[in-house]
Design a protein around this ligand. Structure first.
Ligand code: AQP
Length: 333
């Protein structure tokens, strides 16, 4: 039987090269082999303080971005068009302990970052609880594989714990245990601070937008942190990150030649930076051209995605109906 793949991304602004090399490139490749469902999860984008005037637009922008990099329209859905996710999320709240949720490092990191920025920072209950909704996103399609970056490993573990507890409670192996799928580069780091993952919530300089123009990419790569001082025989995280980006951009020959220079102790960082900026800019230019084509008829795209969401929703409805039966709830006829 064809295996099922599910993965999601939040419409929180831009799509960056961490998202792309860590997850979305894999989404595109997996489409050839599996039944794939990819969600733009707008409910998740509400967990941090956000601008209500921008969310809907961000959702559509992300749809155009995903189409531009090669995700097929029929595999895409918008979470708020499939309300069964949030209903299953509630049910799963009752199969997940507060203790387990409290151990999620993303919550601790984001909550702490907000509190560091301001002592009156608002940390929502949604931020604490969203891994449960994420479990619903995954399990509602009975996904076998979930292609995500390394930052999601702990959340996937939580999804499996919820599925296991659910199965034990209802006395049936109803949910399959979803497996994490990592790309070759499951963690891309910020070029401005290579000790942190590339991420939007850390601020503008900590991510490289897949749709940035060449000048912006060059500027960001030129100012990438390379050596951080201190004597060490190991390659520094910043240099390693640039090599990873260069390879991911498909510049194998340059990667090999510059790695030789590095091993010989003759590498000039400016050469590594220029090659990386060339590689990323070429990719970004191609994606931007494709996006321009796609967005020439936004109405048609919106219509298509509403249709695909409706189609994908049929699976979610069926799972929710079965789940409600299993846990003793009533189904609306
Ligand atoms: N730096 C990364 N390296 C590898 N994979 C990454 N992902 C995110 N950052 C990296 C993967 O991208 C997918 C979508 O993640 P998301 O929905 O959390 O998207 P985001 O909000 O755009 O990601 P950010 O910028 O990293 O968000 P914040 O700053 O909110 O944490 C996931 O599969 C994720 O693993």
């Amino acid at each position: 039987m064809t295996k099922t793949v599910l993965s999601c991304i939040q419409p929180t602004g831009h799509m960056h090269y961490g998202n792309y090399f860590g997850a979305v490139k894999n989404w595109v490749d997996l489409q050839e082999k599996y039944a794939c469902y990819y969600g733009v999860v707008d409910y998740h984008a509400m967990t941090m303080p956000y601008d209500v005037k921008k969310l809907r637009n961000n959702t559509w922008e992300l749809i155009y971005n995903l189409l531009a990099v090669g995700v097929k329209a029929e595999n895409l859905f918008i979470q708020s068009l499939v309300p069964e996710h949030t209903e299953l999320g509630w049910i799963f709240n009752c199969f997940c302990s507060v203790g387990h949720l409290s151990r999620m490092t993303q919550f601790k990191d984001k909550g702490k970052d907000s509190e560091e920025k301001s002592k009156d920072a608002f940390v929502s209950a949604g931020l604490f609880d969203y891994p449960v909704l994420q479990a619903a996103d995954i399990l509602i399609y009975k996904a076998d594989y979930v292609p995500v970056g390394k930052d999601q490993d702990q959340h996937l573990e939580l999804s499996r714990a919820i599925a296991q507890r659910f199965n034990n409670t209802v006395g049936k192996e109803y949910f399959v245990m979803p497996e994490t799928l990592h790309s070759e580069t499951p963690k891309i780091f910020s070029t401005a601070d290579p000790s942190k993952k590339m991420s939007k919530s850390a601020g503008e300089k900590h991510f490289i937008n897949v749709f940035a123009d060449e000048a912006r990419i060059r500027k960001q790569i030129r100012s990438a942190v390379t050596d951080q001082g201190g004597a060490s025989d190991e390659m520094s995280p910043g240099v390693l990150n640039l090599f990873t980006l260069l390879k991911s951009a498909g510049r194998m020959d340059e990667h090999e030649a510059l790695m030789k220079d590095y091993n010989a102790g003759t590498l000039k960082y400016v050469d590594l930076k220029d090659a990386t900026a060339d590689g990323l800019s070429a990719m970004s230019n191609a994606f931007t051209e494709k996006k321009a084509e796609i967005t020439s008829d936004k109405r048609a795209i919106k219509y298509l995605i509403k249709q695909s969401s409706e189609e994908i929703r049929k699976i979610a409805k069926e799972t929710l109906r079965e789940v409600k039966e299993l846990v003793g709830l009533l189904n609306v006829k």
